[in-house]
Every structure is written in C-alpha cells, then in structure tokens.
Design a protein around this ligand. Sequence first.
Ligand SMILES: [Zn+2]
Ligand SMILES: [Zn+2]
Length: 293
Amino acid sequence: MASDLAFTFLGTGAPPVSLRRAGPSHLVEGAGRKVLIDCGSGVSQRLVAAGHRGADIDLLIVTHEHSDHLVDFYQLVVSSWHQGRARPWRVLAPAPALANMRAQYEGFARERALRIAFEKRPDATGLDVIFEELHEGIVGLGELAIDAFLVDHRPVEPAFGLKISLAGSRLVFSGDTRLTPSLERAAQDCDLLVCEVFIDSQMPVVAGIRSAETVAAVQAYHMTPAVVARLAVEAGAKMLALTHLVPPGADTASLAGEIRAAGYAGPLIVGEDLMALDVGARLLRWGGATLAF
Ligand SMILES: [Zn+2]
Ligand SMILES: [Zn+2]
C-alpha cells in the first residue's frame, strides 16, 4: 500500500519576526492522524490557512524548550476550543518545555474558569490538557510510528528529533540541533530529511543586534548549509527539505546554491510556510500549484 504520509510546513521561521515565516511549527498526517510538531508564534493562524484546525490535532509534540517552539501553546488551546474541540489535548515534550507549557496553562487558570462559566459552550473538555514527558523511543499512534531521538542543542537539553514512518515511507525531522551522531544514524536512507538550517553566509555582525560572538554561539548549536548538505549526502537521504531558516529573511536561491555547492544533488526543497509534501507520492503543493519531484 502506498504511504499517505504528508508533511506540512506551517511555520518555517525562528524567533525573529518575519511576515513570510511564522514561528516553528509543522504538521504530520498519516493513517488518519494529525500530529503537530511544535507550536511557535502564529501556529493557530497557519493551521487554518493550511486547511486544518487545532481542534483536529491528535497529538502535539514539542521538541525542546526554546520559546520559538512553544510560545503559542495557550493560544492554540483556546482557539481550538473556539473551533469546537471536544477532547483533551495530548502534549508530549521534554520536562523543561512541559514546565513552560504548564505554567502558561496555570497562568490562565482563572481566565479559563471565567470563560467556561460565562461563555457556556457545549463542552469544556477541549480545554483539558494531558501533559506527558517525552523520552527517547516510540510514541505509538496507530499505524503512524513516531520515534523520538535525542539531538544535541546544548545548553538546551534535552532536545529531540523525530523519525516518522508509515507504510514504508520514513521522514526524519532534525529538530534544532548541531550535527550529532544520533541524527546521522536516524537519517540513514530516509525518504525525506527535514533539517533546520543556520545560514552563516547571511548572518553578518550587526551593531546593537549581534556581535561576532553571538553569531558564533548561535551557529554552534545549529547546522550550516554545508553541514546539512554533507549530512544528507552521507546519510543517503532521498530528499532534503530545509526549514527553521535563520535568518528567516534569507535569500533562498543562494541557500539552495550553497547546498548544491556542498555536494548534495538530490531533490531539494527550501520550505515555505503552507507548503505541503505528500511523501509517498512525491508531490509538493503550494499556493495552488502541485509539483511532482
Ligand atoms: Zn528554534
Ligand atoms: Zn532551539
């Protein structure tokens, strides 16, 4: 059976404000399930723009505690309730990220109680959240197999990448990380490698914003285009997609050129918000266009 594994870029940005790239968030669909990876700034709007609703998400996985990956958690919960969500959220995240989301949730406890009592919506179950700590290993979700693995984004730890498989298709999502053996292993022979990228050639020192020390520090826990390209080549990834672009305003043609110059010659997708990939059928949909790759 052909896999119906689908991957949608909801937010391909990072902390800097970008009108083109919302905060990090991606949707995986397969076997009738919808899994949201991270809930960065703008996730609720991007879900609707992509034809989905927070109300229909089966599982939220947050990869690590950085604010860009979880800042819209409470907005996602409330906006999904307004869409008619009538079942609790299941949220999986490493302990520090869970602590942050619990704090968001608790911070609004009084506000939530007032809403429930006053708005008299049919069901308040959609506001409930089941928080679970994410560990290495398989997260069962029917036929959709999600395997969380530790990556190296120190000093932020733990941080996770994900291997997601369905009916013979396998996609690997790097999460935020420097190059690390666990990611190299996970990416071996995958159908689609979705990687973060820190575009060092487009991150100049800017007085008052970032020093040379800042650029070096941030680069140290991310991956440059050359590193991503080598990873894809050495792992034998059948397709490479880039997301979490730093800086979000990067020139994508020059980014693609750097990936080619570093030796990766396979199918290359520089992710854009609302771009959707059908991994099994090798189709890309974006802005009304459908491309086979
Ligand atoms: Zn990030
Ligand atoms: Zn991060």
